[in-house]
Design a binder for this molecule. Structure first.
Ligand code: SF4
Length: 241
């Protein structure tokens, strides 16, 4: 990634977007485009360079996902300034989160981007959660619970959706990295459950709890309670190191 300078305490972020590109640049390229966004940002960067300031972060956002990706790819080729990545004005949390995950995620997966911002209409709380989820999905942040849960099918024996929601909610205070799997049957569930730090596979009567590296534990009832209890114990052990 760019940005060996980012550890410094004082830096200036230059932010341009498709609505703020200078008229002469817009005219040159015939409208908003990746080249225009990068040229606009670098023009401002050169102004700061001229007065001896080089601790600069560039942000060149568009609401269009493809344009966002193209722009940051181009910027990464043309300069080594740290890049603040995001899809601006992405919309309401449903569609906006998907657009942000695709745009930011595609760039981060290529090693492009040093800081990120999810821009959603409404409360800022879903923005922070979405940003964390994007980083967690790419294994760039591992703190907290990473939930694996199956999509359910005709084999499902338990309330996967309800248990997964409960696990996510009740273990949301855990800060150590912890992979928890909630799988709906003992046919295909054990494979994924075994790969997690702790996982469960639901059966017609009770189910099985898997703790990484240990023998499976048969549980007759209160499967979700047992999963949460074991997950907490493992998290505490991890926290102690
Ligand atoms: S783990 Fe079992 S219940 Fe879940 S989707 Fe796969 S086969 Fe269906």
């Amino acid at each position: 990634m760019q940005g060996a300078r980012l550890h410094r305490l004082l830096w200036i972020r230059i932010g341009v977007n498709t609505g703020s590109i200078e008229k002469d640049i817009l005219h040159k390229y015939g409208g908003p485009c990746a080249e225009g966004l990068v040229e606009s940002a670098l023009t401002h960067a050169r102004m700061l360079e001229k007065v001896g300031f080089e601790d600069i972060v560039l942000s060149m956002k568009a609401s269009d996902v493809r344009l966002t990706i193209e722009t940051y790819q181009l910027a990464a080729k043309q300069c080594d300034y740290p890049l603040h990545v995001g899809v601006t004005e992405a919309g309401l949390p449903g569609q906006g989160t998907i657009k942000s995950a695709i745009g930011i995620g595609a760039l981060l997966a290529q090693g492009i981007g040093n800081t990120i911002r999810v821009s959603l209409t409404g409360s800022p709380i879903p923005e922070g959660k979405a940003a964390w989820d994007i980083l967690r999905a790419l294994n760039l942040r591992t703190q907290g619970v990473q939930l694996v849960s199956c999509p359910t099918c005709g084999r499902t024996c338990i309330d996967v959706e309800g248990i997964a929601a409960r696990v996510e909610q009740e273990l949301s205070d855990i800060t150590v990295p912890l992979k928890v799997a909630v799988m709906g049957c003992v046919v295909n569930g054990p494979g994924e459950a075994r790969e997690a730090d702790v996982g469960m596979a639901g059966g017609k009567k009770g189910g099985v709890i898997f703790v990484k590296g240990q023998e499976p534990i048969m549980v007759a009832d209160n499967l979700a309670d047992e999963l949460i209890r074991v997950a907490r114990r493992i998290a505490e052990e991890k926290a102690k190191g």
